[in-house]
Design a protein around this ligand. Structure first.
Ligand SMILES: [Zn+2]
Length: 337
């Protein structure tokens, strides 16, 4: 148990380090330009704290199943303890192809929960297996616009999500105005509820994508590490909201769900994906008309929805990756005006 303390603490710092790297610090300078500063662990103002009691239990040495899986036997600070156990609803994870790993015992609101990590060996994504390529453009008006190598487009509408987030914001404002102790407690619960809801939505979108395209699919995403979205598409009330949609979470859910079915996720450079004409290759910012959400190529007259255009260019970068280009990106050689 003492050993596991070190593992747990260093794992948490690694996670936070990764999150900070994904979310650089941004501010507007005197010239009203956005400045971005990457963050590392030195930005933490205080050490990470663990508020809830928890213990990491290693399979076999700290916990094991006994009595034909009707009981679980666990190490505690006192003596080894046996508890009743049921795998109801989780039967498939106790089947042969899943391996049970380290479990985490956590205490929350008067109850103890045991989270068991599970792993499964799956075949690798095979680049030579003629995979279909799916370009995914993420944004706020459409959470995801998807274009595949067969020319089909899928849109994941962001409006319902925007409405719901507006509602969360309204309740938050009301509670903040009150400022009482119970309002503060409710604010905390509200934030947790919003997080759970966002996680659930990201799970659903990722699941819909892997179900729609299946095995041997290359999902192509833009590397959003240093990208911020234009908030012009958002209703005014949400523009100054600090809470951004967790596209990074969607990306990590999609990655593991894709890997589980021998598909893969690759990230490409986002430069010019909303400015290049996928038909003639010209890069021109003015071809994109924000008011009508349309891209209209001056050179070859190709017209299409601007979110779809992004997904098309991302799909093309996926083709390049598959043909061996390690870091495919659109090169700005043809810019005019
Ligand atoms: Zn064109």
């Amino acid at each position: 148990m003492v050993e596991s303390v070190f593992r747990t603490v260093s794992a948490r710092y690694k996670t936070v380090q990764k999150q900070m790297k994904q979310h650089p610090y941004r501010y507007k300078n005197k010239e009203n330009k956005w400045i971005q500063v990457s963050r590392d662990l030195t930005w933490l103002v205080k050490p990470i704290q663990f508020h809830r009691p928890q213990a990491d239990l290693i399979r076999q040495s700290n916990y094991s199943f006994v009595d034909k899986m009707k009981q679980i036997s666990m190490t505690t600070l006192g003596e080894r303890t046996k508890l009743g156990f049921t795998n109801k609803g989780f039967e498939k994870y106790f089947a042969e192809d899943w391996k049970l790993g380290t479990a985490k015992l956590v205490h929350n609101r008067g109850k103890w929960f045991l989270h068991i990590g599970i792993t499964k060996e799956v075949g690798d994504f095979d680049t030579k297996n003629n995979p279909q390529i799916v370009g995914i453009d993420r944004g706020l008006r459409f959470l995801a616009t998807v274009f595949d190598s067969k020319g089909k487009t899928l849109f994941f509408d962001g409006q319902m999500i925007l409405r719901k987030r507006k509602k969360f914001l309204e309740i938050r404002r009301q509670l903040q105005a009150k400022g009482s102790k119970s309002a503060k407690e409710k604010l905390k619960q509200l934030a947790q509820r919003e997080n759970r809801w966002m996680t659930d939505m990201n799970h659903r979108i990722a699941k819909t994508l892997v179900v729609a395209y299946g095995s041997h699919t290359l999902f192509v995403l833009e590397d959003l590490t240093n990208v911020t979205f234009s908030t012009n598409d958002l209703p005014k009330s949400l523009r100054n909201s600090h809470r951004s949609w967790s596209f990074f979470q969607l990306e990590s859910f999609l990655t593991y769900k894709a890997q589980a079915i021998q598909s893969a996720v690759v990230k490409v450079n986002p430069a010019f994906t909303s400015q290049r004409c996928p038909k003639c290759g010209i890069i021109k910012k003015a071809n994109r008309h924000h008011e009508t959400h349309e891209y209209w190529c001056e050179q070859c007259q190709y017209r299409c929805n601007d979110d779809r255009l992004g997904a098309m260019n991302i799909e093309i970068l996926g083709q390049e990756w598959l043909s061996g280009v390690k870091h495919p990106k659109i090169k700005n050689l043809t810019t005019i005006g």
